[in-house]
Design a binder for this molecule. Sequence first.
Ligand code: AHR
Length: 493
Amino acid sequence: MSASRIIINTDLGKSQISKYIYGHFAEHLGRCIYGGFWVGQESKIPNIRGIRNDIVAALRQINIPVLRWPGGCFADEYHWQNGVGPVENRPWMVNTHWGGVTENNHFGTHEFMDLCDQLGCEPYICGNVGSGTAQEMQQWVEYLTFDGQSPMADLRRANGRKDPWAVRFWGVGNESWGCGGNMRPEFYADQYRRYATYCRNFGRNRLYKIACGASDSNYHWTEVLMREAGRFLDGLSLHYYILPGDWAAKGSATQFDEDAWFTTLRKALFMDELVTKHATLMDQYDPEKRVGLIVDEWGAWYDVEPGINPGFLYQQNSLRDALVAGITLNIFNNHCERVYMANIAQTINVLQAMILTEGDRMVLTPTYHVFEMYKGHQGATLLLVDINCGLYEHNGESIPAISASASRDETGKVHLSLCNLNPTRAMSLVCELRGMEPARAIGRVLTAEAINTHNAFDQPEAVKPVAFDGMTLASNTLQLNLPAKSVVVLEVE
Ligand code: AHR
């Protein structure tokens, strides 16, 4: 067992960890909306106005702060007017991106806003640039947020909603470099400026406008957007998916060895380089950091589970995904000066999901548990963690063995989240908490027998957090023993 050292200056710290870093994403894709969030009012599955009660309760438990919708690639084919009014009159469409299934538009604007109300979270709506018009986007904003008399506000009232909704986060297209129109950055920057012009602030509603940003390390895209449109935008997005393999053979979500474990975690750590480099470019045009980096799609992407429509992107979620989530959230916390929001893809039954459903049953994934364990960081003040730990070496390559972040909440409590990436070695850590005289520390740990342990419908609690007993507190120093392949979260006060 190797000894490592962490120093935290608990009385310093100036940046706030935006609660929106703990955001989520729900697309009309596979069974995320239909069967996931939405079952319809006639369903035997307990629901309120068609929205599943069990899902709402589970997501409220993790303090879901924001939900992005309706896509993803779907957003640039979505025409919002088809999703309002009596359901029997709503036109159907083909979901060409995701499995070629028929979309009946039963879940539309009113249902999404109701979902956000039930969840107690803010909506983040992504408008259609790829196949839509500036007028269509303008009218959607008017429909949602205008209080006076106007064709769109009147239509909203006729559809049963008297008061306007508050909508802050507004995306102007999705992946406009790809499924959102295959545009070049110069062209998109101009399109962004044009569309954003007509996304109006009605009444007291103030839009936070988010431009489509880069994929992975496409720094050129960020450079052009900041240069050409920087002063017109509030947020610039970034998408990054972790594939243990490549797009042709991504790798199984549950059948994998230590090579794939190591590669997946190495790629998760790459988020730090991505955020650092995109943020450095943004600094050149926005040194005050007014523009937020919005990582509105991230997570692990594996081969679809056998026998499932490949377009549904349904995958299991194992202990490895808990580590991916823990590492990535630590990175976002540590970059909270620039990262204002992040939305893991996707909430239910798609990619690195929080929840899997099968009929009336649901299972909370290891990723869900990490979001629940980390919720103390939401809105807290970031504390710098000076960490001196060993490496996790595998097949001649190495990565840091520990990932960490820390914060102090408004009650003065310190939250420390630690991931031990090594699948076979426990880590002994000495953690000095400078600037406080702690009276007590409690913790929880998430780990499992094997690297691929996961929660299934017949074994829903194979991976779940339990009380952490590998810790002693003396004066302001914690002695920690982190189990191999674990996520540990501590509260110190
Ligand atoms: O999350 C799945 C898809 O990944 C999204 O629709 C798209 O934006 C991205 O390529």
